[in-house]
Ligand binder design. Structure first.
Ligand code: ZN
Ligand code: ZN
Length: 282
């Protein structure tokens, strides 16, 4: 293949991946926004983790940053065209029969487990005072996140987050549909994690699933307090490393036991959260 063809192929790959990601992001964040912040806002108010609505200007900022992140994800995917040209192929495969249905399911679980570890450790690294301001602060400007904050990253952080894609497709043999399933899982979990509403029942943290799986309250508390709750899907790394916030279970109980009818506070300005300003760079 000529260089010109490779560049055109890479641009087309960039566009396809970015546009596909945009459709999923817009559809899922849009549905959650429509339900929680418009149609059933009054009924859902009791489950709002931070009772305040997002600050003025916050949602347009989150959407703008998410669109830039999607472009970074697309460019990362486009880069694999050059890598393939250089002779290194991904381990994506078809048809399913090549490794069977058992591996199809196992590969999805493996990707989720690898992504959970990748997210926890890169996230903790980005909280290092030397990196926080330059890389991760943008995401924390959403102290009271909305579903649109799911991909609200700075450009450097967007490339860090995009890194999971190449890590998986070059190491784990995966059917194309299994990769698509994993991508759908990650965006859905991300949108609910940033929804600002607790969706699990009040008894959930008392079950084995509640000890294992993170809830929207867990991630909302990360945005609010900044210094704890770094995990993504599972409450495993935070438990092992002692980084769960001590208020987690109490806050979850408070949110899930509020009386159903709650007044909604008025919209206010959108300040930089004090917890974010408190992070000093070295
Ligand atoms: Zn977040
Ligand atoms: Zn963070």
């Amino acid at each position: 293949m000529t260089l010109r063809k490779v560049i055109l192929r890479a641009l087309s790959e960039t566009w396809e991946f970015a546009f596909g990601g945009f459709v999923w992001y817009a559809a899922l964040a849009g549905i959650v926004w429509l339900c929680f912040y418009a149609l059933f806002r009054r009924r859902a108010q009791a489950r709002k983790i931070n009772p305040r609505p997002p600050g003025r200007g916050q949602v347009p900022f989150e959407i703008r940053q998410s669109l830039l992140s999607l472009l970074a994800f697309g460019l990362t995917s486009g880069a694999t065209v050059f890598i393939r040209w250089g002779g290194l192929r991904t381990r994506l495969y078809q048809p399913i029969d090549r490794h069977g249905w058992e591996w199809f399911a196992a590969s999805i679980v493996l990707c989720i487990v690898i992504h959970d570890a990748y997210f926890y450790w890169t996230h903790r690294l980005m909280h290092h005072p030397r990196l926080f301001r330059r890389v991760h602060r943008t995401h924390h400007l959403s102290g009271n996140p909305t579903p649109w904050a799911a991909y609200s990253f700075s450009i450097p952080e967007a490339f860090v987050q995009a890194g999971i894609g190449p890590l998986l497709v070059y190491t784990v043999p995966m059917h194309y549909s299994a990769f698509l399933f994993f991508m759908t899982w990650q965006i859905a979990f991300n949108v609910f994690g940033h929804s600002g509403y607790e969706i699990f029942p009040r008894w959930f943290l008392g079950t084995w699933a509640g000890k294992f799986l993170n809830t929207p309250t867990h991630h909302a508390l990360h945005h609010e307090k900044v210094v704890a709750n770094f995990g993504l899907y599972f409450n495993v790394w935070d438990r092992l490393c002692g980084t769960n916030h001590p208020d987690y279970e109490g806050r979850f109980a408070a949110v899930t036991t509020r009386p159903s009818r709650q007044p909604a506070p008025a919209e206010t300005a959108w300040p930089v959260p004090a917890t974010v300003s408190a992070v000093k760079s070295d």
